[in-house]
Design a protein around this ligand. Sequence first.
Ligand SMILES: [Zn+2]
Length: 406
Amino acid sequence: MIDHRRLGRELDLFVSDPLAGAGLPIWLPAGAAARHAVEEYVRDLERRAGYQHVYSPPLGKRELFALSGHLGYFADDMFPPLRLSADDEFVLRPALCPHHALVYRARGRSYRELPLRIAELGGMYRAERSGVLGGLSRVRAISLNDAHNFCALDQVGEEVREILRLIREAHAALGVRPAGFRLSLRGPGEKYVGDDAQWARAEDLLRAALDGVDFTEAPGEAAFYGPKIDIQIVDAAGRESTLSTVQLDFDKPERFDLSYTDASGARRRPVMVHRSLVGSMERLFAYLIEVHQGAFPPWYAPVQLVLLPVDAGQAGAAAELARRAVAVGLRAEVDAGGSLGARIRDAAQRRVPYVGVVGAREAADGSVSLRLRDGRGLDPMPVADALGLVGAVVAARSSDLLPAAA
Ligand SMILES: [Zn+2]
């Protein structure tokens, strides 16, 4: 079984140190480089789709989470409040929605601004029991790809369909293969806010957006404030979890008294759509490490190109090639120590997609011999062509190691 914890250690992606605490992994440089590439991609995808990004703090006053309903309905999953004085308590947030509701109401809103899409890759915290924690898949400090889309009721259907389209696009680029779509509904019990009519209307809207999509229904898996579409993944151990999600919420706009002015000047209540395209960075990478067995598509490989001088005489040429690669935006490095065979094996073990061998002939005529991660070797080519080849694959966010034939 390919376990992301073992690969994470072998590939130096992250470390879990008991001194830091269970469920609080630390991303090492290689893991951080891969995550950074994914974060940049997601932010760009969202920006092109009309999202506006914000920053908000990972903790806030107790009253904020009392107003949002989290303290009433979600306290079991939260860390206890931090008390500075009797009337000054702070909460490590379990979700970003309360802060984004404050972004919405930072000023008056007009119907012309809707849908207003507020996005953030932000920190949040869950007081998971230590027994369920492991690697990146269940953590206590979560970095969520999150957004809240505030829209008029008649915009909800189109907005949800567009979110599902973005989710599919992001999954294709990352190599995520969803196990299925799930419509998560209210179950029995008191842990849900809102009235029956709100729940029924939200459910109808989500069903309509799922028209033509195969999905299962899961009573009892809704958020406390509304039903949701969950896109499920399965890990190497066969455990299913939710990666991407779209949730409808009529409750928080009430609680935060959110409104906009419609075309006739009347005050109206927006609907809040909570959505995550790729889930938390932690759960996403736990999955990606396993599904790719550490061999990420070149665009988010921690190191994309390793340059190997055959002997000391080519050290300068290899270093110059690495500088040029870094200058055009690639993640490249030189490995000069040990036998050539050992260095090639080491690059393969690290799942580096491209190895550039620089021998005496290549150094003399400004060329490089590329070896691909899958074992294929290419004839020596001019350095500019090699950088162009790697750059084209990276820019296309392709999973193939060679550019599509022209
Ligand atoms: Zn939310």
